[in-house]
Ligand binder design. Sequence first.
Ligand SMILES: Nc1nc2c(ncn2[C@@H]2O[C@H](COP(=O)(O)OP(=O)(O)O)[C@@H](O)[C@H]2O)c(=O)[nH]1
Ligand SMILES: [Mg+2]
Length: 250
Amino acid sequence: MAGSGKTTLMQRIAVHIHNQQLPSYIINLDPAVSSVPYGCNIDIRDTVNYKQVMKEYELGPNGGILTSLNLFATKFDQVMGLIEQKADSLQHIFVDTPGQIEIFTWSASGTIISDMFAFSVPTALIYVVDTPRTTSPVTFMSNMLYACSIMYKFKLPFILVFNKTDVTSADFAIDWMTDYEKFQEAVQDEKAYAGTLSASMGLVLEEFYRNITTVCMSAVTGEGVEDLFDKIARAGEEYANVYRPMLEAK
Ligand SMILES: Nc1nc2c(ncn2[C@@H]2O[C@H](COP(=O)(O)OP(=O)(O)O)[C@@H](O)[C@H]2O)c(=O)[nH]1
Ligand SMILES: [Mg+2]
């Protein structure tokens, strides 16, 4: 989600891989970001000028981001070539997506780019939740349904990060995910139609929660980052055991 802290998380990851000396690559795919607060190895902004794209194609901000991503996707085989050359010496490759995540998740270029990764190297998705802004049961459910739809669309190992736990603990979220009755209780206070919807969707989400990997952390303080890296390592195993065979069977 926009503003959930994806870029700040990348900054935290950059600090962690530097401290732990984990040879890694960082890629920025947000054409509209004014400055990238971490050292990145590949930056979409070096190839595509977002402001110029907006002007040239007479687009608004979202159209500008989408078109910039499309333009970059047509050249992404060059990026992959570079990555494949380096892959043996790299432990991780991290990719930051545009602030407007929908532009990545529901566009052809987002699919092309993620497929290229998934076919070439062990790949996982990290979905970042703005914990303080997700404390209402209805908002929480909408966010989880969105995460769920992205997981099924991409068919890749999936890590749900509850970020900004320095502001609001994610205990409520973990409670709702592990104990369906607690979510029901919370949702009963919502008298509107949305409350009824949440209550019935909750059952669908139970299955999603059962299979999901969660990390509670703060990109700002760094708390929880070790857990994130543990879960990334596990996602790598999951990719090898479950997802890779599925891809090869396609
Ligand atoms: N308190 C707190 N703020 C955060 C955290 N992570 C990100 N932010 C703030 O949330 C805002 C959006 O962050 P950004 O990384 O740009 O979000 P993005 O759009 O998902 O890339 C910024 O003001 C960040 O400083 C966190 O863990 N704790
Ligand atoms: Mg960002």
